[in-house]
Design a protein around this ligand. Structure first.
Ligand SMILES: [Zn+2]
Length: 82
């Protein structure tokens, strides 16, 4: 993954960071959107929260069914099992 121009922001007294509005626009992020934070070696990674397949956890190419997300592989396995 390539890195674009770095933006330096200081943490405030409550541990908050303000994300640049241009970044929010570019990433299609809106107030109230959920994020997940995790640590990858010596980095803190901030990622838009997108729940994965309810069976295998895979992300991307998911089909929504009754408010649950299922990937095509699990959907095919389900279909084969019925
Ligand atoms: Zn799956």
């Amino acid at each position: 993954m390539g890195e674009t121009a770095a933006v330096v922001r200081r943490l405030d007294g409550l541990g908050r960071l303000v994300l640049p509005s241009e970044l929010l626009r570019t990433m299609d992020v809106r107030p109230g959107d959920p994020f997940e934070l995790f640590v990858d070696q010596d980095q803190i990674v901030l990622r838009k929260y997108q729940p994965g397949c309810i069976f295998c956890g895979r992300r991307g190419d998911l089909i929504s069914f009754q408010n649950k997300r299922v990937c095509r592989e699990c959907l095919a396995a389900l279909a084969a099992a019925t």
